[in-house]
Design a protein around this ligand. Structure first.
Ligand SMILES: *Cc1c(COP(=O)(O)O)cnc(C)c1O
Length: 464
């Protein structure tokens, strides 16, 4: 399988180079040259198989010759060996045709573990095979950093440095980053905002001499392998509900569009999906886009579902590429307009194609809180605020198709919002609570590129 950039001016790469490259050199995102399809009989046979075995089969066509089936099977079993639930991503029947897909049984209690655990194993193996080391640098507003550190702690070939805004992440989020004591883990508190952290990371990637010196690698949500890993649970959940004979709809709490794009990929691979609902909080750029065709940036508003507080949904570029019949010139024009005018208008035929599969619905703060309260009162189930947004949007879908809402975080990850809505304090699983009692290692570095690069070079095993 070969990978091409949505902007058409970066080299064509194989799976392993795509994994290590992250962003394409032309600023675009890598996508497979074509969508592989799985025979209906194979999908049917998923019923009753383990999550790791289904993952091996769904992922195999994307890896091409880079990973053999036997190796991939070993990798998926290793990646999903440390979850808190034997099914990895179990379904919970809420009522009538409404189901929740619990994606929060990984070590940091958010769905990002599912992709990050696999990415880390694949990356460490690819580096070892090439006899290379890499330095992973990322910025986090909370969830991604913990998931990345948890996945890469103790890796043989990678060191990880995560920048987070000092005093601006929750206690649980900070402890998830500062309590792992492996020497390859470095959680760095930056005296600044999340935007400052992101700008520092961007500057490091644009600083070619530094980039080469420490062999920088990225694991943010535009890395193709994260999207790929997320397609798996669309298959496992649909099959558990009678797919592929029955069509299923999904409602997905959306920020960067990575999770829901994985549903689009599953559909291209042959999984019968009826509707994909883009659930947004008041940061509703995608809901406005689907309604009007104008993709226009607004100001970010802080909400109780912070992982969805975004202005730009990076992975939407991958959908635009397909909607424009994979014409990189169209995508490049849109992205140039977004940069210069903070806005672009999607051509009517492309918008029509997007609407043929996707809906979008916005759920505001008060409604999110009401839904958390109602679901607890009626079904004794605690929703985290992101999942509540997904459930609210699911109710806007008509018809009698079963609807699966992706439950993207454990309620214990956002206790303040849960207590406020329901009066109940959500307890984290015992193993996670225990781990958070380990001593913290907080590293502080000034909000300054030179000092940060010096710190990273001094602590990275690449430059040692
Ligand atoms: C990251 C995240 C999301 C948004 O997912 P995207 O792939 O960025 O759309 C939703 N909920 C939670 C809890 C998250 O951590």
């Amino acid at each position: 399988m070969e990978y091409i950039s949505t902007r058409g001016a970066a080299p064509v790469l194989d799976f392993e180079d795509t994994l290590l490259a992250g962003l394409a050199r032309d600023g675009g995102l890598y996508v497979p040259q074509n969508w592989p399809s799985l025979p209906t009989e194979q999908i049917k046979a998923f019923a009753g198989q383990s999550y790791a075995d289904i993952a091996t089969q769904v992922i195999k066509p994307f890896t091409g010759d880079c990973v053999s089936e036997a190796e991939l099977s070993e990798i998926t079993h290793r990646a999903y060996g440390g979850f808190n639930h034997p099914q990895i991503a179990p379904l919970h029947h809420l009522h009538d045709q409404h189901y929740l897909l619990e994606l929060f049984h990984g070590p940091t209690l958010a769905f990002k573990d599912i992709a990050m655990q696999l990415l880390a194993v694949l990356m460490d193996r690819a580096l070892a095979r090439r006899n290379q080391r890499a330095t992973i640098v990322g910025a986090t507003s909370g969830d991604t950093g913990g998931a990345a550190i948890e996945a890469f702690r103790g890796a043989d070939a990678a060191d990880i440095f995560i920048l987070y805004p000092k005093g601006r992440v929750s206690d649980v989020q900070r402890k998830q980053m500062t309590t792992p004591d492996e020497p390859n883990v470095h959680a760095i508190a930056i005296d600044g905002t999340f935007d400052d952290c992101q700008a520092l990371v961007k500057d490091m990637f644009n600083h070619a001499a530094f980039r080469d010196r420490v062999n920088l690698a990225g694991v943010n949500s535009i890395n193709w392998v994260r999207v790929m890993a997320q397609t798996v649970y669309y298959f496992t959940s649909a099959v558990a509900l009678g797919g592929p004979e029955t069509k299923i709809s999904f409602s997905v709490p959306t920020g960067n569009f990575g999770d829901i794009f994985a549903g689009y990929v599953a559909k291209q691979m042959g999984l019968p999906i009826d509707r994909l609902m883009i659930a947004t909080n008041v940061n509703d750029i995608l809901a406005r886009t689907l309604a009007t065709g104008a993709y226009t940036m607004g100001d970010v508003v802080a909400t109780s579902s912070p992982s969805m507080d975004i202005q730009i949904s990076s992975n939407f570029e991958r959908l635009l590429f397909d909607a424009a019949d994979r014409d990189p010139a169209v995508v490049s024009t849109y992205m140039a307009a977004l940069k210069s005018d903070h806005s672009f208008i999607i051509a009517p035929d492309q918008l029509h194609k997007i609407r043929a599969l996707f809906d979008a619905h916005r759920v505001d703060q008060a409604h999110t809180s009401d839904l958390m309260q109602q679901v607890f009162a009626r079904y004794a189930y605690l929703l985290d605020p992101h999942t509540a947004v997904g459930y609210g949007a699911a109710q806007a879908l008509n018809g009698d198709t079963p609807v699966v809402t992706l439950a993207t975080a454990h309620p214990a990850k956002f206790p303040d919002a849960v207590v406020k809505a329901t009066g109940i304090y959500p307890e984290p699983p015992a193993l996670v609570a225990e781990a958070l009692k380990r001593p913290e290692r907080e590293i502080a570095v000034a909000n300054d590129l030179t000092q940060l690069e010096e710190f990273i070079a001094a602590h990275s095993r690449v430059s040692a």
